[in-house]
Design a protein. Structure first.
Length: 154
C-alpha cells in the first residue's frame, strides 16, 4: 500500500485557537499578547514594531480611535456618577467639583488609555485580524505535522 503526502498547498493548515481572555489580559498588562513577556509599547502609546521576547510582529495592529472611545466611555460613567452622587449628598460648590473631578478625569484617562489599547491589540492578535493571522504562532509548541493519506489503487 502506497502513501501520498498531502501538503497544504491547496488548503490552509488548521490554526490553533488563541485564548481571547489571556491575550486581552496580557495586553492590559502592557505585555505582548503572544508570549506575555515582552513589552507591547516602546513609548506611552507607541506600539513596538516587534516583541523583544518572542519576535511577534506588532507593527500592523489597527487600534486607531477605539481605545480613546472606550476610555471615554468608562471614565465618563465613573465621573458623572461621582458628580451626581456628590451633588445629591453634599451639594458642594462648583470650585470643589472642579478641584475633585477635573484632576480625576485626567488621571483616569491617562491611566486607562494604554491598558485599553493593549487589550484591543490583544483582541486583534487572538482573533487573527489585521495581519496577526499569518506565520507561525509563538504560543504553539511545534508546527502542525503534514497529513499522510492512503492512496487507493484501482
Amino acid at each position: 500500500m502506497a502513501f501520498i503526502i498531502i501538503r497544504s498547498a491547496g488548503r490552509p493548515l488548521p490554526e490553533s485557537r488563541r485564548s481571547v481572555a489571556n491575550a486581552m489580559l496580557r495586553g492590559m498588562r502592557l505585555a505582548c499578547p503572544a508570549c506575555g513577556a515582552g513589552r507591547l509599547f516602546r513609548k506611552y502609546l507607541k506600539v513596538a514594531d516587534h516583541c523583544p521576547s518572542c519576535g511577534e510582529a506588532m507593527h500592523h495592529q489597527r487600534a486607531d480611535d477605539a481605545p480613546a472611545y472606550f476610555t471615554m466611555f468608562v471614565v465618563c460613567h465613573i465621573v458623572v456618577a461621582g458628580i451626581l452622587t456628590a451633588e445629591k449628598a453634599l451639594a458642594p460648590s462648583v470650585a470643589v467639583h472642579l478641584a475633585i473631578w477635573l484632576p480625576l478625569t485626567i488621571a483616569l484617562s491617562l491611566t486607562l488609555l494604554p491598558a485599553v489599547k493593549g487589550a484591543l491589540i490583544g483582541l486583534q492578535w487572538a482573533l487573527r485580524i489585521h495581519g496577526f493571522g499569518s506565520g507561525a504562532d509563538p504560543a504553539d509548541p511545534a508546527p502542525i505535522p503534514e497529513v499522510a493519506e492512503p492512496q487507493t489503487s484501482r
